[in-house]
Write a protein that binds this ligand. Sequence first.
Ligand SMILES: C[S@@+](CC[C@H](N)C(=O)[O-])C[C@H]1O[C@@H](n2cnc3c(N)ncnc32)[C@H](O)[C@@H]1O
Length: 241
Amino acid sequence: MKKNAAEFETGNDDVFGRIASRYDVLCDLFSLGIHRLWKRKVALLISQEPWNELLDSASGTGDIVLKILNNKQLSDEHQIVASDICPNMLSLAREKLKEFKRHIEFELLDAHDMSSVESSSVDVYSMSLGLKICNREKAIAEAYRVLRPGGRLITLEASNIKFDWLHRAYLAYMSLCMPLIGWIATGGDGSAYKYLLQGVKDFPNAEGLRTEMENAGFHDVTFERMSLGIVAIHVARKPLE
Ligand SMILES: C[S@@+](CC[C@H](N)C(=O)[O-])C[C@H]1O[C@@H](n2cnc3c(N)ncnc32)[C@H](O)[C@@H]1O
């Protein structure tokens, strides 16, 4: 099993640093705006959980956190960590979320090794559209470590359309359009989309990701396919000891 579907190494190529300022527009272009629905659903699920400490990993420009803050009235007990490995992404998130800054800490964290985050300290750990560019085994194990017993892991990630022929057609469309739009929109730097496309192609299906979460120790792993299965949202619980 390839542990990093996109075959991506942040240390070798600061792709997200290069595209950070165009990332939000590119998301709209590639998904025809549908990523907003997916993220709204993730934010709703997170808002419905009881939590005081939320860690949003691979936050990018902070979309998920912003949508949560639009849903949920926070009190002084609520603390959110918006984290990413890429400083450019994190500074855009800081700007986007500045009116909520008393509730948010921005931290440069590698999802594979978050040693500055205490074990069993987080109520909800979320990651949206980041797992495909991470070593899943390591990232899921870190999520498990930092979550308190009973805490929830909530992920949004590429998945598989259930009808094989449609999935193949979707991948063919993505293979043609993603590099082209990416190349045009970035003024000749389509490299991010090479990784993302690879990540979409090689990511496990929703059942496969559920098994990986269960193998990491999570219980009650459920998933919901969205947009016919282009993406899936997984929710998993760290068992009470
Ligand atoms: C496709 S973007 C998703 C951003 C955001 N969560 C969203 O839904 O729009 C992936 C993000 O993962 C970050 N990233 C990549 N590798 C990472 C790692 N090892 N640890 C933390 N963040 C990482 C990138 O810098 C980028 O901001």
